[in-house]
Write a protein that binds this ligand. Structure first.
Ligand code: AMP
Ligand code: MG
Length: 356
């Protein structure tokens, strides 16, 4: 399959005639059951018609994703949610008022028109109303319901630019809509509203604190941070290996004054045994690292920058064939909860904790 790439300028609120025609073509592909990757404010999505079981099958095949791992349905108008859920609880309306359009996915009981293929056989459905103008336009043109997981091969870091979508999906899907780099860089917060109390199944840009301000108490699924705690995570996707770079990643936790020399010593030893070494460091101490490839994930003063850079840095280590990577650790509060959730998964929960 030849994958066509179309570009939409950064200011996607003012589409040129050519861009408009390109998006209409993309919508046509979706309506016919084909797959199109497109930008959202979180990461690039791999879209198919959410109400067409055949499209869901194609998404699983293109990603190499297990078919029990459900897809998120993207809508472009709040009222469209009513067709795909059985009931709309007051909490969902409140959360939507506060955070939609935006990086929040809600789990609700599904209506009959949503095929089991899209929900991985579950009776619940994940719904998101993204804020990215290109995503919204494409969803509206294609009939209102796009099922879209992240547009990476299963297990790889989610793509934050069209270049990485191309790397994984060229030849597997019909079109890639290139809308430049994404703004947030981590996937949406997943909030389960099917039980008594709201529960975060996957942390994201919308933090627990932000949700609690609107909804009252919100719990966090234990599977978001802890490795095998014996419980089956409610979001099936959370149990799979994820975001992993090709190299071995280790997180080192502790005071910077101890972390830097520890990482340098490990990198030096690994290098002696023939590894190509890499470091994920923060701006404040970056110059002190000694390794083959040292990457700046951002400043400790700017968590949003760290979130935005994480996945692309993991991909860059693959591009540069780094085999042994060490990363600083981050406080797991606020946005840090999402950052550490992704970093821990990427590292397969390999963490070294240095004494104070
Ligand atoms: P991705 O789109 O690649 O970020 O993956 C979607 C995530 O949403 C996966 O972790 C899924 O397991 C989760 N998800 C989708 N639908 C549901 C659902 N009905 N219940 C729980 N988790 C869901
Ligand atoms: Mg994903």
């Amino acid at each position: 399959m030849n994958t066509k790439v179309i570009r939409i300028s950064q200011d996607s609120t003012k589409l040129t005639r050519e861009e408009e025609a390109g998006l209409r073509q993309a919508a046509g592909i979706l309506k016919r059951g084909g797959l199109v990757a497109f930008p959202t404010e979180t990461v690039y999505g791999l879209g198919g018609d959410a109400l067409n079981p055949e499209s869901a099958r194609k998404i699983y095949a293109a990603k190499g994703r297990p078919s029990d791992n459900p897809l998120i349905i993207h809508i472009s108008r709040f009222e469209d949610i009513r067709n795909i859920v059985k009931t709309l609880p007051e909490t969902a309306v409140k959360a939507a008022e506060a955070f939609w359009p935006g990086p929040l996915t809600m789990i609700l009981d599904k209506s009959a028109i949503v095929p089991p293929e899209t929900t991985g056989g579950l009776d619940t459905v994940a719904v998101r109303f993204p804020s990215h103008p290109v995503a919204r336009q494409l969803i509206a043109y294609s009939g209102g319901y796009i099922a879209a997981p992240s547009a990476n091969l299963s297990g790889k870091p989610s793509p934050t630019s069209a270049r990485y979508v191309q790397e994984d999906m060229a030849g597997r899907i019909e079109m890639i809509v290139d809308g430049g780099d994404v703004g947030i860089g981590l996937e949406s917060t997943i909030l389960d509203l099917t039980e008594e109390a709201p529960r975060i199944l996957r942390p994201g840009y919308i933090t627990r604190e932000m949700l609690e301000n609107v909804l009252g108490e919100v719990t966090v699924d234990a599977a978001t941070i802890e490795p095998d705690n014996g419980q089956t995570p409610k979001a099936p996707g959370m149990k799979y290996r994820h975001y992993a770079p090709a190299g071995r990643l280790v997180i080192v936790e502790g005071q910077p004054a101890r972390v830097v020399p520890y990482i340098n010593a490990c990198a030096a030893a690994d290098r002696k045994s023939g590894e190509k070494t890499g470091v994920i460091g923060t701006a404040e101490v970056l110059e002190q690292y000694r390794a083959d490839v040292v990457k700046c994930i951002g400043s400790r003063k700017d968590e949003e920058e760290i979130a935005r850079n994480l996945f692309s840095i993991l991909r860059e280590f693959d591009d540069e064939k780094v085999t042994s990577i060490y990363s600083e650790s981050f406080p797991a509060q606020g946005l840090g909860q999402a950052i550490m959730n992704r970093l821990l998964k990427a590292a397969g929960h390999r963490v070294v904790r240095l004494q104070e």
